[in-house]
Write a protein that binds this ligand. Structure first.
Ligand code: NAD
Ligand code: IPM
Ligand code: MN
Length: 361
């Protein structure tokens, strides 16, 4: 039996509600498999701003660095939306990603067979979809300099951000994507805007060069605008997608609609050495926070990814994933995945779905 040290970051909005479910699920699954977890809860996002004035207190980053993995729910909310950008909750999230050098964000978009009818798209279009979006997470326009506000020569106020990638940054994310593709369907689609942007031209050039080391993986390229359309028109075309920070952010929210809800999509943000960050793709959902309406499954599936990737306890991951499957088989649906008139399903609150989940673990 090993004790796994987990840095727990509930954050804001629905964050604390879904984190409670994930840590409870982990503890129960671990106890069945002879694994123990030690949770250290720390502040991030709006909660950290309120308590310390900073979106990522030094102590949180220090605890994260000493942990085996970081489990993060979500940050942000209306209350902090008017703060200057450098002081917003979102900066805390960016800072912990950068602080742990978690450059590779793996966002699987899988349509659970029980939910093929929950998607706003036709069943035959989404049934069997299994995409992995590999999003670069610590570079690009989210971090590029210069950024800020100023005044142009006409005296008008301007705002600007810079999309920039270096060759090594593109190379390392490309390798992660090719390696992942090699273990799956052996098809990689690199998404860029190289018909317009220099940063994308370099991106494409480097991806092609890295691809020479992976002759067994079929490499294709798509412009982001077309990719956004193809993801809806023919999602089964995609196996692994590799793309920049901003494009990956947008495509992964779009991909959640194949499965039916953002509340289903987990993610892993890894550096290859040191603790990774495991967080749902969705945000703090302030519109439903505190009402027991959140879907906790993306958070639980993120905990499962943590067990698989950082903690190397696939038996615990399997247990969590099977329990999620069982809950869906049992017909329990939170509001975001509930569709009227589907036989054998019923609308439940977060707490009821969680209780059922624990039973199946
Ligand atoms: P959001 O993902 O929080 O919510 C979008 C919509 O999806 C909302 O209608 C919400 O109710 C719904 N939703 C999201 N997760 C759900 C769940 N688990 N169960 C049921 N419904 C769910 O995005 P937003 O509204 O654009 O942003 C809200 C705040 O979250 C912002 O401050 C934003 O910056 C932040 N955010 C944080 C993260 C993160 O912490 N990783 C990710 C995205 C957005
Ligand atoms: C996400 C979120 C974040 C991002 C925000 C909250 C900074 O949208 O994790 O997808 O854009 O990366
Ligand atoms: Mn996002």
């Amino acid at each position: 039996c090993k004790v796994h040290k987990i840095c727990v970051l509930p954050g804001d909005g629905i964050g604390p509600e879904i984190m409670k479910v994930a840590t409870q699920a982990l503890t129960v699954a671990g106890s069945k498999e002879g694994e123990q977890f030690e949770y250290k809860e720390c502040l991030i996002g709006g909660a950290a701003i309120d308590a310390t004035g900073k979106p990522l207190p030094d102590e949180t980053l220090a605890v994260a660095k000493e942990s085996n993995a970081v489990l993060l729910a979500a940050i942000g909310g209306y209350k902090w939306d008017t703060l200057p950008s450098a002081q917003r909750p979102e900066r805390g999230l960016l800072a912990i990603r950068a602080g742990l050098n978690a450059f590779a964000n793996l966002r699987p978009a899988i349509v659970p067979r029980q939910l093929a009818d929950a998607s706003p798209l036709k069943r035959e279009l989404v049934e069997g979809v299994d995409i992995l979006i590999v999003r670069e997470l610590v570079g690009g326009i989210y971090f590029g300099q210069p950024r800020g506000f100023g005044v142009n020569e006409k005296g008008d106020r301007i705002g600007y951000s810079t999309d920039v990638y270096s060759e090594p940054e593109i190379e390392r994310i490309s390798r992660v994507a090719f390696e992942a593709a090699r273990k799956r369907g052996k098809r990689l689609c690199s998404v860029d805007k190289s018909n317009v942007l220099e940063v994308s031209q370099l991106w494409k050039e480097v991806v092609i060069r890295v691809g020479k080391d992976y002759p067994d993986v079929e490499l294709t390229h798509m412009y982001i605008d077309n990719a956004a359309m193809q993801l809806i028109r023919n999602p089964k075309y995609f196996d692994v997608v590799v793309t920049s920070n901003l494009f990956g952010d947008i495509l992964s929210d779009e991909a959640s609609m194949l499965a039916g809800s953002l509340g289903l999509l987990p993610s892993a943000s890894i550096s290859g050495s040191g603790p990774g960050i495991y967080e749902p793709v969705h945000g703090s959902a302030p519109d439903i926070a505190g009402k027991d309406l959140a879907n906790p499954l993306a958070m639980v599936l993120s905990a499962a990814m943590m067990c698989r990737y950082d903690l190397a306890i696939p038996n615990v991951a399997d247990r969590l994933e099977s329990a999620v499957n069982a809950v869906l088989d049992a017909g329990l649906r939170t509001g975001d995945i509930y569709k009227e008139g589907v036989a054998g399903t019923r609308l439940v609150k977060c707490s009821e779905m969680s209780a059922e989940l624990m039973k199946h673990i």
